[in-house]
Design a protein around this ligand. Structure first.
Ligand SMILES: [Zn+2]
Length: 89
């Protein structure tokens, strides 16, 4: 993780993702169901912006039924943050 260069904006999102994971707003592990496709206009769970049809949208569904939508990049940043969280215990 430490070797991956992040832009300022990515770092902001990474910090935010860690906070969301710590507060339980986002899961800390990848749910079993993961789908990807064109954006549906849903709101990204990390950056809070709309996922436009020309962008790639990741959709995670937890077993409890809660669904999370991410931009492709926000999903990658959330995963980095989740791994970081786990490695810290
Ligand atoms: Zn996003």
């Amino acid at each position: 993780m430490a070797t991956m260069p992040l832009t300022g904006r990515e770092r902001d999102l990474f910090v935010q993702a860690r906070e969301y994971i710590a507060s339980g707003r986002l899961p800390s592990a990848v749910p079993k169901s993961l789908g990807a496709g064109h954006g549906t206009g849903a709101t990204c769970c990390l950056c809070g912006q709309r996922i436009e049809p020309e962008q790639v949208e990741y959709e995670l569904r937890e077993e409890g039924g809660e669904t999370f939508h991410f931009h492709m990049q926000c999903h990658a940043i959330w995963q980095l943050a989740a791994v970081d969280q786990i490695s810290r215990g």
